[in-house]
Design a protein around this ligand. Structure first.
Ligand code: WTA
Length: 658
């Protein structure tokens, strides 16, 4: 530890609570603590405040329709268009020349789109999609990295009422095919490749491999040429060049289609307990109102701000808080193509200084990496433009929180630690930066209007100091409406645990453990299902397991998350080789390959441990908790209740060796 860090620790260590700076409170979008009571007393009509941030083609009749709970409907009867709300209305309001997207390419090139320019691009691509035959309600898959054409394509889809399904560019060909098949998606927009740490990565090859496994006809594939001469690629018969198509439609005018508030805006696949990823359905009215409202109240975004969320648009954080929320509010949103340490570990701070970023939103895993690299990197830059900091994706440990507060925020910016999920659409549990005391490590109270409670296994509210499970007892506008084509799984995954169907009381269960304190602050403890969180990325251990057991020579496998000081959790595979096989390097490599092929590099195992047996209970269940403890290097509890306690030492020894 450097002297500087030691001093910081000494001064901040004892401090468990931080007040929002006066200068922040004075200018905050929301600073009246009365908002909590106001929302509670007027629920559900309080959500009109969110809907009022949007422009509606047709006003809604009912705020919340709960006749068919938990298939709730919000702002029913209302009609609107998301692309109109994110673009046209700002242009009409005189913001035509305000920057909408400031894009920073990894190699140092930049592109700025004003609201006027972005609208033109979106219209040209919307016209292109129409030319290709895309109709309202057709699902368009977007398999793209962090290039401006991704949000352009999203908004073009929204404009013509075609839901998009964005597949994270780091996902494998298999993952693309699974998602296109599940959504019956006949259209794909992708690109030739992109840069990662200065190298030109081939992307189209992966896309083509995925397309080969799509089980229905794919009419058209649009390919963005990101790499130019850096990557030679040829286009198949049904593939066309993005620029050519868009050029042909330059200047096109495409009327935004009025969509019902409950019409699907997009699908986003995410990992759950069982094998296949689930298609989370978000709607036009509720989702957009909710992301706009939380961008306004939690991120404190003003149109004149430059705001930067360093997530990837391929995940929900990027959808809600790079694209829809910020653009609905008419602000300038920064988009960075690359990694934080390329070409140097100061890249993010250079971008903050250069763009005078006001608000910065990132993941705890990134903060832990910054800490490890050292404070000399941010210190080289003028970060005084920053007014608010945020985190999302996983619990933040108090040390990382304090480092962020001191070295990035200069003790002058509030930090919002925002708990939410793909399914919730937007933030649920967090402090309001202009109102609440901050407690490092604790996300905070539920947002106004959100009835999140920590309960025990029976669903009864727990007292302060105890640990239990997060539940949400009331619906909210940004919630998922169902799982695509799978209402049954929607109920069983999210509502079955704590709801009482007889009395029609529906309780949403997010599958997170949590602790409550005496002020009602919630500290999230992590997932209680088979989902792990690697560098803020949500991965299903069952999906990884099914990839590993598909390897010839592997008889059985168990995948768990083990603690990792930067990634939060890392993937550990424990596997039993088949009789004729040794758990040798070759089998290990094939297991790793299988995970890369089926999911992608984000799921790459930290270690693959072969063992003749997996620790099992007397009833034959694999003791995952024990495997997690071994992977994390924790002390192992009593193993005498195992059917085969002897294997534990063997396994632990191997993990120690690797
Ligand atoms: C975890 C990401 C602690 C949690 C927006 C949740 C968090 C899962 C936080 C959802 C936070 C998210 N503190 N844990 N502030 N934010 N999580 O769907 O376990 O990719 O269930 O959505 O991330 O991950 P997802």
């Amino acid at each position: 530890m450097s002297q500087d860090e030691a001093n910081l620790e000494a001064r901040l260590e004892g401090q468990a609570a931080f007040e929002p700076p006066e200068s922040f409170v004075e200018q905050a979008n929301v600073s009246d603590p009365g908002i909590y009571d106001e929302f509670e007393e007027n629920w559900p009509d309080c959500w009109e405040r969110a809907a009022d941030l949007l422009s509606w083609d047709e006003p809604y009749d009912t705020v919340l329709e709960d006749d068919d709970a938990p298939f709730y409907e919000w702002f029913t009867g209302g009609e609107l268009n998301a692309s109109y709300n994110c673009l046209d209305r700002h242009v009409e309001d005189g913001a035509k020349n305000r920057a909408a997207i400031k894009w920073e390419g990894e190699l140092g090139e930049t592109r700025t789109y004003t609201y006027g320019e972005l609208l033109n691009e979106v219209e040209a691509f919307a016209a292109t999609l129409r030319d290709l035959g895309v109709e309202e309600d057709d699902v368009v898959t977007l398999y793209m990295p962090m290039i401006p054409e991704l949000p352009i394509a999203m908004l073009a889809c929204a404009r013509i009422g075609a839901p998009h399904s964005v597949v994270f560019a780091g996902f494998s060909a298999d993952a693309l095919a699974t998602r296109m098949n599940s959504a019956d998606s006949e259209y794909l927009v992708t690109c030739d490749g992109y840069y990662r740490r200065g190298d030109a990565l081939d992307h189209i090859e992966k896309a083509n491999e995925g397309l080969a496994d799509v089980d229905h006809d794919v009419s058209d594939v649009v390919v963005v040429d990101r790499l130019g001469d850096a990557l030679e690629h040829s286009l198949a018969d049904n593939q066309c060049d993005y620029d050519e198509l868009v050029e042909a439609n330059a200047g096109a005018s495409v009327e935004p289609v009025s969509r019902d508030a409950e019409d699907m805006l997009f699908l986003m696949y995410t990992s759950g307990t069982t094998g296949k990823p689930k298609g989370v359905k978000h709607t036009t009215g509720g989702y957009l109102a909710y992301t706009a409202w939380t961008s306004h109240s939690v991120l404190d975004i003003e149109p004149e701000d430059t705001y930067w969320c360093s997530a990837d648009i391929g995940w929900i954080t990027g959808h809600s808080y790079i694209v829809y929320g910020p653009l609905a509010l008419g602000t300038t949103t920064v988009m960075y193509e690359g990694t934080p340490d390329y070409p140097e570990k100061d890249r993010l701070w250079e971008i903050v200084e250069k763009n005078s970023v006001d608000i910065f939103y990132t993941a705890p895993t990134a903060i832990r990496a910054f800490m490890k690299w050292g404070s000399q990197y941010p210190e080289e830059y003028d970060l005084s433009s920053l007014r608010l900091l945020g985190t999302v994706g996983e619990p933040i440990n108090p040390r990382a929180w304090k480092w962020y507060y001191k070295h990035i925020g200069d003790e002058a910016c509030p930090i919002v630690d925002t708990w939410w999920q793909t399914e919730t659409g937007g933030m649920m549990i967090t402090t309001l930066p202009g109102i609440n005391t901050m407690k490092p490590g604790s996300a905070g109270p539920p947002l106004p209007g959100i009835d999140a409670q920590v309960v025990d296994a029976n669903g009864d509210e727990i007292g302060a100091g105890e640990a239990g499970y997060v539940t949400v007892q009331n619906p909210w506008p940004g919630m998922l409406r169902t799982l695509y084509n799978n209402d049954e799984r929607f109920i069983s995954e999210y509502w079955a645990e704590y709801s009482d169907e007889e009395t029609d009381e529906w309780v949403y269960f997010p599958e997170d453990g949590a602790k409550l304190d005496e002020d009602g602050y919630i500290t999230i403890l992590g997932r209680v299902d088979d989902v792990i969180n690697v560098s803020g990325h949500r991965l299903g251990t069952m999906e990884i397991e099914s990839a590993v057991v598909g390897v010839e020579g592997v008889a059985e496998a168990a995948v768990v998350g083990g603690d990792h000081d930067v990634k939060g959790e890392a993937v550990y595979v424990y596997a039993i080789p088949e009789d004729d096989y040794d758990g040798d390097d070759e089998l290990q490599e094939r297991a790793v390959e299988a995970v890369l092929d089926s999911i992608g590099p984000i799921a790459k195992p930290e270690d693959v441990i072969f063992t003749p047996e997996l620790p099992k209970t007397r009833s034959g269940k694999i003791m995952r908790r024990l495997l997690e403890d071994i992977a994390s290097g924790n002390e192992l509890g009593n193993t005498s209740t195992l059917r085969n306690p002897d294997v534990v030492d063997d396994i632990a020894e191997q993990v120690g060796e690797n």
